[in-house]
Ligand binder design. Structure first.
Ligand code: 5AD
Ligand code: SF4
Length: 469
């Protein structure tokens, strides 16, 4: 048994990150024969991509995918720790799985992984109150899943294997991609920024960049397989390469990925601190790097930003924002937290001022959620829940107004759309524009997986309507 330990997770060292290659032993290859699995994913794209790895590893063991948990022999919850409600959702699901196991399927094997598995308190709770959970594994030992599962199946004991220290980078983990045209590619793992509210540096470990050659090899394969879009993933992608002993950085990587000829390149998430002028130039130079940047601001008050440990002021952010806006046709989206412990009404009003200046094309807005073990958890809270909710409501009214305005500017234009598939609206197709706007449109299903021209005929707050040209 190996339990998570925050003291260890908080440490950053200069140890060289080695590369390992994934492999599994022939002796366990058939443990999934005639068995089905179901994976439920919470949280960000990083988790979605980890799930693509989990599914492929399970299929190597000869498991097949079940339609839902009722139909499965093994259920794995790939969890998120970012806010309290993500926790609650996963624990709620565990409760439902308990009933399923007690009432319908006593042999059900239940596993928990992802960021919550890296939290000391969560694992303590699972060991005490959720004894029916068969195995827990962390984000640093995803590639051990076949062995952990094998042990859980054989021993019938609760198997807990969570490494607190990140260790090496494992290449060649198989992947079952959820989409045939759009792919996620990890370019780095972990984060060293330690924003005071954020749990990620503890759950995902120190920053480790993947070798450029491994990334380019993966993208070249995607091109060969007919993929139209790649999203380069990391908690803080512009810091890519800062842990190398050479000068190769995000600018160079973006350029090399663009040169593979993949029709669309996206990347996320960017921290304003590491966003260089060189990156902006590369984005301008390559038409296949999409003009859509996610640039979390978190707050418009320099006082709050300082307490958040964000390393920039409101003025720094605006300066960078203005530079990014020189990219033709670019859209900028952001993340904003309201009700951070020290935030007072005038700080919040500065956030509104910033939003009124930037007129973001999209924004994800959150109420601060104290995370155990982070510095912000211990700060004195200056606002009540009611005030926080009220601020969120006021903020959302304004950001929504700008989403609509941004969409209305598209009316009558002809845009490039990568067609995802049938829309939720009957009879229509849907896809995303280069600027990352969702569009529902009339068109033939033969267009799915292609980049096509669509005329925008109507603009709503959350989506556009259109007609294939
Ligand atoms: N409370 C609320 N929101 C948070 N985020 C990260 N940590 C917290 C927290 N403790 C938000 C940030 C980040 C996004 C992924 O989630 O805005 O950019
Ligand atoms: Fe959730 Fe963040 Fe972990 Fe992603 S990295 S799963 S958003 S806590």
């Amino acid at each position: 048994m190996q339990l998570p330990d925050y003291k260890e997770a908080r440490k950053r060292n200069k140890e060289v990150v080695e590369k390992e290659y994934y492999s599994i032993d022939d002796s366990i290859i058939n443990i999934g024969l005639n068995k089905k699995y179901y994976v439920k994913t919470y949280g960000c794209q990083m988790n979605e991509h980890d799930t693509e790895n989990i599914k492929a590893m399970l299929e190597q063991l000869n498991f097949t995918e079940a339609l839902d948990q009722e139909d499965a022999d093994v259920v794995i919850l790939n969890t998120c720790s970012i806010r309290e409600n993500a926790h609650n959702k996963a624990f709620g699901m565990l409760g439902r799985l308990k009933h399923l196991k007690e009432e319908k399927n006593k042999d059900l094997i239940i596993g928990v992984c992802g960021c919550m598995a890296q939290e000391e308190k969560v694992v303590e709770e699972i060991m005490k109150k959720y004894k029916y959970v068969n195995f827990v594994f962390g984000t640093h030992n995803l590639h051990h899943l076949p062995y952990i599962l094998n042990e859980a199946l054989k021993t019938k004991k609760q198997v807990i294997e969570v490494f607190s220290k990140e260790g090496n980078i494992t290449e060649d983990i198989p992947v079952k991609r959820a989409n045939r045209y759009k792919a996620f590619v990890n370019i780095m793992y972990g984060c060293d920024k330690f924003c005071t509210y954020c749990i990620v540096p503890y759950t995902r470990g120190k920053q480790r960049s993947r070798d450029k050659d491994d990334i380019i090899k993966e993208v070249n394969k995607l091109v060969k397989d007919g993929y139209q879009e790649v999203t380069l993933l990391g908690q803080n992608v512009n810091a890519y390469g800062k842990d190398f002993n050479n000068d190769y950085n995000m600018e160079n990587l973006l350029e090399d990925v663009a040169k593979t000829g993949i029709p669309r390149v996206r990347f996320m998430t960017s921290h304003p601190w590491d966003f260089t002028d060189g990156m902006i130039e590369v984005i301008k130079k390559y038409p296949n790097i999409m003009p859509s940047i996610h640039l979390p601001v978190q707050s418009g008050s320099s006082k709050v930003l300082k307490l958040m440990g964000r390393r920039y002021t409101k003025e720094d952010y605006i300066k960078l924002f203005d530079k990014i806006k020189t990219i033709p046709n670019v859209t900028v989206s952001t993340d904003i937290i309201v009700g951070f412990p020290s935030e007072e009404e005038e700080d919040f009003e500065e956030t509104l001022e910033l939003v009124n200046y930037c007129k973001f094309d999209n924004a994800y807005t959150f109420i601060f959620s104290p995370r155990k073990g982070t510095p912000a958890e211990k700060l004195e809270d200056k606002s009540t829940l009611k005030e926080k909710e009220d601020r969120l409501h006021r903020l959302n009214e304004i950001v929504n107004k700008y989403f609509l305005e941004s969409n209305q500017k598209m009316l009558g234009k002809v845009v490039d759309v990568l067609v995802d598939g049938p829309s939720e609206k009957e009879g229509l197709l849907c896809g995303y524009t280069d600027t990352n706007k969702l569009i529902n449109f009339e068109g033939d299903s033969s267009l799915i997986g292609k980049i096509v021209k669509v005329e925008v005929t109507d603009a709503k707050t959350w989506s556009l309507d259109g007609k294939a040209k």
